[in-house]
Design a protein around this ligand. Structure first.
Ligand SMILES: NC(=O)C1=CN([C@@H]2O[C@H](COP(=O)(O)OP(=O)(O)OC[C@H]3O[C@@H](n4cnc5c(N)ncnc54)[C@H](OP(=O)(O)O)[C@@H]3O)[C@@H](O)[C@H]2O)C=CC1
Ligand SMILES: CC(=O)N[C@@H](CCC(=O)OP(=O)(O)O)C(=O)O
Length: 326
């Protein structure tokens, strides 16, 4: 087996840098993580020879030598690598899984550090962390604080609309948009079984399953997730100010989640586009509200490959390794 380090420890470093293996490092999410890690001097990325990248024995040998493995694999392959880690017992590395396989598993920590005041601590202490789905990142960020604040009843009939760039579908969807065989735009998830619904419901603290209507457009990356609300059906009939204040209170001091003031450029024009945060780990939350009609639309904007995938993975990785935020 030939193992190579794609980036060496900085010369003269006082402490031994943490070591990481990205399993599935040549896929869409894996490449995004590797790009980000190239900029970090306190983490060494260990790689596996291309012809061994699906070989369990080679993976296991490499995992004996690293502090943490990040899984950027389809669900079944992720489960196989987790089984390998489990077979290693206490000597196994920490695991951060970007797939859907363990997002609602009770013995895994959910990798949304901003979820509650103690979630970052849980991620830091956990041996196994699941990285959130891109759409749930936006939906949970909007819904959880207003459920916790009592503004939205847990059994409210929530609908979540969303649009993603085509990179959200990984290598095969990217190819179908780039060779022109995909439609310019489509709704999907209309079988009511989208794989993100369980985590979206669980971590938003909703007792009623939301209706989720995702869509994909002919642009590479960037995402909007929106939740319409009839404010006069909510307890206490809150206004936009109340919703914005609940969100602002939850995320005060956050480096990556920004709650926009009610008055902002997007609100002035009554429109918002999905690509403004591309290549960042930022998540912006907006409240568009009408006092006249007692209606609101909550909107989350993020890069599906940033805070929706690779950016979040690197944020979680740093917590799990005890490293400071970027
Ligand atoms: N794209 C996105 O926005 C997001 C994706 N995710 C999740 O991340 C995971 C990866 O998705 P994504 O990067 O989009 O997918 P891609 O299809 O772009 O990449 C998957 C990679 O995994 C490799 N792979 C497959 N099986 C194995 C195996 N047994 N051992 C090693 N490598 C393997 C593939 O190689 P090959 O092509 O040769 O089979 C490919 O390079 C998925 O679980 C997805 O749900 C999470 C958040 C967002
Ligand atoms: C456009 C598109 O197809 N998006 C993907 C979700 C991408 C993502 O973040 O989901 P995972 O992390 O669960 O892979 C989908 O809807 O299945």
């Amino acid at each position: 087996m030939s193992l190579a380090d794609i980036k060496q420890a900085p010369k003269g470093a006082a402490t031994k840098p943490a070591t990481v293996f990205v399993d599935g490092g040549s896929g869409t999410t894996g490449l995004g993580i590797n790009e980000r890690l190239k900029l970090q001097n306190d983490v060494v990325v260990r790689t596996i020879a291309d012809d061994k990248r699906k070989d369990p024995a080679a993976k296991k040998a490499l995992m004996e030598e690293v502090d943490l493995v990040i899984l950027c694999l389809p669900d079944d392959a992720a489960k196989e690598t987790v089984a390998l880690v489990d077979s290693m017992g206490a000597s196994g590395p920490k695991v951060l899984d970007a797939s859907t396989a363990y997002r609602v598993a009770p013995d895994w920590a959910y990798g949304f550090p901003e979820l509650t005041a103690d979630q970052a601590g849980k991620i830091k202490a956990a041996k196994k962390v699941s990285n959130p789905g891109c759409y749930p990142t936006g939906a949970i960020a909007l819904l959880r604080p207003i459920v916790d604040a009592g503004l939205l009843p847990p059994d409210y009939p929530v609908a979540v609309n969303a649009v993603s760039g085509y990179s959200g579908g990984g290598k095969s969807m990217i190819a179908s948009f780039e060779d022109g065989s995909a439609p310019s735009f489509e709704l999907y998830g209309l079988g009511f079984e989208h794989k993100h619904l369980p985590e979206m419901q669980l971590y938003s603290n909703l007792t009623r399953r939301p209706i989720f209507i995702p869509s994909v457009g002919n642009y590479r990356q960037g995402m909007l997730v929106s939740v319409p609300l009839q404010l006069d059906t909510l307890p206490g009939k809150p206004g936009g100010t109340d919703l914005q204040a609940a969100l602002a209170k939850r995320y005060v001091g956050s480096n990556y989640v920004k709650v926009m003031p009610l008055q902002n450029e997007a609100a002035k024009g009554g429109r918002i586009e999905p690509e403004a945060l591309n290549e960042t780990n930022m998540l912006e939350l907006y409240v568009f509200a009408s006092d006249k009609y007692h209606q609101a639309v909550l909107v989350a904007r993020l890069d599906n490959l940033g805070k929706g995938a690779s950016g979040a993975a690197v944020q979680n990785m740093r917590l799990m390794l005890g490293l400071p935020e970027e």
